[in-house]
Ligand binder design. Structure first.
Ligand code: A2P
Length: 280
């Protein structure tokens, strides 16, 4: 496996096994430079969202690259959900990215009462060729089962928070059984878990950094990690995970760190109902 390796989604589209996330990277030259740096290192998957407010800068960073050499993801934000508004949101994102299509379009969060209409729009977007694949983000089993009731096309990807403190084993297994590829956001736990002694000792054994060990753990779990960094040396470091392997014992030691603990305090900016759907 290498940085150009891919997983095959349920519709046959090939998606890179590893990518670059741009949450909280400023629009303009900061995100454009980070994307350019990542592309230079060999990343082919770039993950943004309308809510990150940096799609123009991402588009800028993609200039000069062959369209088919890059896999671009963006997402419809909660306030835009519903049928017509999701279609409009997709068109608006494409305009900002200056792309004719994205490779993957995701529903950013499950919004209470909007699931069926939003997904109908996602299917339309897929049929119109504005996205080569469609999927969801932050969906739990309840949301995926709800979606099934009306969906004609199954989501191809579910992007969720995963890192050693939140390994999401049951949801990952559920997705695997449904043929849904799992993608990890905040794969490094926002860098808050890099000093964990168990990870540090594994890193030392392999002469790798803690970040590389965690990213390798994702890879060996069959999860697409999209670490974020604005530093060239870290962007490079994070991609150097294809030249070593964690043993079953080391994988087990990292799995054992799970505490089902979210690192991102979502309640600070989102309101949830009892099913963990968003209330807007
Ligand atoms: P920075 O952008 O200043 O490099 P996650 O991908 O889990 O959301 O984590 C992102 C955070 O981790 C950012 O704060 C980023 O900081 C930091 N980070 C990314 N890669 C590394 C690395 N290799 N070593 C240390 N910190 C990193």
């Amino acid at each position: 496996m290498n940085i150009k390796s891919t997983f095959t989604l349920s519709n046959g589209v090939k998606m890179p096994v590893f990518g670059f996330g741009v949450w909280q990277i400023r629009n303009g030259s900061e995100v454009a430079n980070a994307v350019k740096e990542a592309l230079e290192v060999g990343y082919t998957l770039i993950d943004t969202a309308a809510a990150y407010e940096n799609e123009e800068g991402v588009g800028e960073g993609l200039k000069g690259i062959q369209r088919e050499d890059v896999f671009v993801t963006t997402k419809v934000w909660n306030s835009e959900q519903g049928y017509d508004t999701t279609l409009k949101a997709c068109e608006s994102s494409l305009k900002k990215l200056d792309l004719a299509y994205v490779d993957l379009y995701l529903v950013h969060w499950p919004v209470a009462g909007k699931l069926a209409d939003t997904w109908r729009a996602m299917e339309k977007i897929y049929e119109r060729g504005l996205a080569r694949a469609v999927g969801v983000s932050n969906f739990n089993e309840y949301h995926l089962n709800e979606l099934k009731k009306s969906a004609k096309i199954k989501p191809m990807v579910n992007q969720i928070e995963i890192h050693p403190l939140l390994s999401q084993q049951p949801l990952r297994e559920f997705c695997a059984n449904e043929g849904i590829v799992v993608e990890a956001y905040s794969p490094l736990g926002r860098a808050k878990i890099l000093n964990t002694p168990q990870i540090a000792s594994i890193a030392k054994k392999h002469a790798k950094s803690a970040a590389q060990v965690i990213l390798r753990w994702h890879l060996q779990n069959g999860v697409i990690a999209i670490p974020k960094s604005t530093h060239a040396e870290r962007i490079k470091e994070n991609a150097a995970i294809f030249d070593f392997e964690l043993s079953a014992e080391e994988m087990g030691a990292i799995n054992a760190l799970n505490k089902d603990k979210e690192i991102i305090n979502k309640a600070a900016f989102l309101k949830f109902d009892e099913n963990r759907s968003i209330i807007i």
